[in-house]
Design a protein around this ligand. Structure first.
Ligand SMILES: *Cc1c(COP(=O)(O)O)cnc(C)c1O
Length: 418
């Protein structure tokens, strides 16, 4: 799974590359800004209609999916409008959080006794969800974190479920206890156990699957969290895991739901959701104070969810597949190039296309990625997802971009044909 292998590296390398680029060649970046049609409402910064261009930062065509490194997803115009409305008023944030949570619970038809909290992302939901389990509503304990004196101090996780986002669990001060077998799990549970954590994308990798994990947690009387951040679609995942009995479930708002990039959802038991809020901004002297979520994002998350639930998800999947097939038809005209299609079982569960070629094209996949990244417009396409060649998805492409991707990719492959 690419999560473990590349996400951290991509993070550090991306930042390092950007810093080096800006130190070495600041002028070069600015000299290539294309003139764009002006937006008459704005003067000064933003007047070109593309503030990124004005900063000399290249925008990219996204064939990788809902990557935080690339800005997550793109807001629907209707969502932008509602977020702008939200920005025009002052409001008591905890009151807004509770009301938004109630609305979200209604929209998702969560079972009685369940609620939701808008956080600054799934990562924040993981941290404040666990913080709430550790502290309850005890003000002294909330202020004390990550000093765990007087609190439970261990979270159990399957070894194959470890991933970069368990940093958010560790940030509370807890120790992760890794287990592989049911026996090891039984022996790991003790008085210090605060929670059992499940990484939904790793379901296939662990010996204990998603439904059994929560059953065992109930049996041991330990609260249980499922990080399902990138696991819509299918849309039903938004309620499947609470229905299964999970006490807390986390989702990213800014991935496939196309909510605000700095928003996420903590869904779960009302008491635990309330304790999570106590550990989060706007409350001061809390661990989560650094994970501020604004009124615009809270309102935006409610609207994004409403829009997401109304989508025709089958029609969307068909459209994403058709975009890939249009690209495929162009690429396979190049001798030696072939394509195939797949849908990852979980996480980014959307149509993907694998592109491979034989020795008639004299380029490594990495070189093709690099040439696309340097194209105008720049195109970002991932490695092969553990498969040979290149893999791409189309669900973050904007209208017309599939055509540009097809043309550029065909051109590059043709140019290096022998
Ligand atoms: C993206 C992701 C996160 C973090 O979500 P944010 O909304 O960006 O904070 C956590 N866990 C997994 C598995 C993810 O894919």
């Amino acid at each position: 799974m690419r999560l473990n292998s590349t996400w951290n590296r991509r993070g550090f390398l991306g930042t390092a590359a950007a810093m080096v680029g800006s130190i070495l060649a600041p002028r070069k970046l600015f000299s290539k800004v294309p003139a764009t049609a002006g937006s008459n409402a704005v003067s000064g910064f933003g007047q070109s209609g593309n503030p990124y261009d004005e900063l000399g930062v290249t925008t990219v065509i996204n064939c990788e999916g809902t990557m935080t490194m690339l800005g997550g997803s793109i807001l629907r115009p209707e969502l932008e409008a509602v977020m702008a409305m939200a920005g025009r008023h002052f409001v008591n944030i905890p009151e807004l959080e509770v009301a938004a949570g109630k609305r979200i619970a209604e929209m998702l038809k969560l079972p009685e006794g369940y609620s939701a909290l808008v956080t600054s992302g799934a990562a924040a939901a993981i941290q404040s969800g666990l913080a709430g389990i550790l502290t309850g509503d005890n003000e002294k304990l909330i202020q004390q974190l990550p000093d765990l004196s007087g609190m439970k101090s261990e979270v159990i996780i399957q070894k194959s479920h470890r991933n970069p986002f368990d940093h958010q669990l560790r940030s509370t001060g807890i120790k992760l206890i890794e287990v592989e077998t049911r026996d090891e799990l039984r022996q790991a549970v003790n008085d210090r156990t605060a929670m059992m954590h499940f990484s939904n994308f790793a379901n296939a990798a662990g010996q204990i699957k998603v439904d059994e994990w929560v059953k065992l947690a109930k049996q041991y009387n330990v609260p249980c969290m499922n990080d399902a951040a990138a696991d819509t679609p299918p849309v039903s995942h938004l309620w499947d895991y609470t229905n299964m009995g999970y006490d807390l479930v986390t989702f990213s708002g800014g991935k496939a739901m196309r909510g605000p990039q700095c928003a996420g959802l903590l869904i779960g038991r009302k008491d635990l959701v309330a304790y999570a809020l106590l550990n989060n901004s706007p409350h001061e002297d809390t661990l989560g104070r650094s994970q501020k979520v604004g009124k615009e994002e809270i309102i935006g998350m409610v609207k994004a969810l409403e829009l997401y639930l109304k989508e025709d998800h089958d029609a969307l999947a068909r459209e994403w597949q058709e975009r890939l097939e249009r690209i495929s038809r162009e690429l396979t005209k190049v001798p030696g190039v072939s394509t195939s299609f797949f849908v990852p079982d979980i996480a980014n569960h959307v149509p993907h296309m694998q592109i491979t070629w034989d020795s008639r094209v004299s380029l490594e996949p990495k070189q093709v990625s690099k040439l696309l990244r340097e194209s105008k417009p720049a195109i970002v396409i991932g490695g092969g997802e553990g498969k040979p060649g290149l893999s791409m998805c189309s669900f973050m492409l904007q209208p017309g971009e599939d055509k540009i991707v097809a043309e550029r990719l065909e051109h590059i492959l043709k140019e290096h044909s022998v």
